[in-house]
Design a protein around this ligand. Sequence first.
Ligand code: AMP
Ligand code: GLY
Length: 425
Amino acid sequence: MKILVVGSGGREHALCWRLMRSASVDRVFCAPGNAGTGAMADNVDVAAADLDGLARFALRERIDLTVVGPEVPLAAGIKERFSHDNLVLFGPSKRAAELEGSKVFAKQLMRRFGIPTAEFRTFEDYNRAARYVADAGVPLVIKADGLAAGKGVIVTSTAEEALDAVGKVMKGAFGSAGAHVVIEERLEGEEASIIAITDGKTILSLPSSQDHKAAYDNDEGPNTGGMGAYSPAPVVTEKVMDKVIGDVLVQTVHAMEHVGRPYVGVIYAGIMVTSHGIRVLEFNCRFGDPETQPLMLRVEGDFAGALMLAATGKLEEAELDVNDKSVVAVVMASEGYPGKYEKGKVISGIDEAEAVPGVTVFHAGTKRNRENAVVTDGGRVLAVAAEGKDIREAQSRAYEGVDKIHYDGAWCRRDIAAKALKRDS
Ligand code: AMP
Ligand code: GLY
């Protein structure tokens, strides 16, 4: 098969890396890709949002299967655009992608079908929302309705903070994403990501993982796209996993069918394990970034074949081989991220990092400059992923790898996977 991966981050490098190792794959292209995907697959100079350009390329190159990384092309209808040309693409339709694209839609679906999630209200009117917040008397989370690149969620502790957040969300801080607001009870517990693939009938879950969204150690500082991830997440016991599959994934896929939005693609449930059981925090309609980086080191066998079967409604014929290793991926960022940062810093030491046993370095915001050196080109630059017999070994190898890599302003969290170790001890 010839595969096209759409996107340019660490998730897409990890997908390319795994897909290249699938028995059924002859060639992998990545549009637009980064320096990492360019070294192993063929980068294609077409933006992830250029749906016509991507479809033209897929037709010209006779691509057998397209795998979409980011949510934006899915929300823009890349599935429909490709279907129009009879091109096979693994990912949900525009209407199905609203499961991620509209928090109001997702919450209402969960309420209607009894899928466990935080109690909530939705508002379109600022004054009503403000009155509700003033009287609520419990800690609240304020969420903009639409896609806000992970930044449309504000977790608050006091009525004052909540009021301020409603103002920010509803009065334009998140553009049209904020016109409609979800206000929900603030839950306490440990988070995990459950990522599965589905053809709308069969669901195959990948191993559990955990992201680290806050910028700094001990989950302090502003939210980011994700500063590291590991798999498996010990908070996801077998019992929790069974609950998520049965009460969340199966129910949601049924519900989507029921409301006329049949769901094919990745279904990603961000959950909180609370003292009252599991609750869904959010759905995503794509692979997680950076969770995909550790997950691709755990999936084995013909992953491309499984995605193809999912895209063509035959997932029941697929098997997903998963190893029982532990994997930790540490994101290295640019100075200033998640705020403003400079690009173009020369990166050294990647080969030395990959010489550490079990280490694979996935590129995110990188490119080659005119002198052909690998330089920084984004806020999240690399994910140094390491496998080990347990989380402790994986973590120590990952940081050994990190310490071999240098560029101006490089930094990372030093506590990725610490929660898993605390649990074990
Ligand atoms: P979301 O994009 O909806 O997953 O929210 C982003 C982050 O906000 C989550 O990963 C949680 O850390 C936090 N969050 C969201 N909803 C809640 C909630 N109801 N209670 C506590 N924290 C939440
Ligand atoms: N890691 C969180 C996300 O991909 O949305």
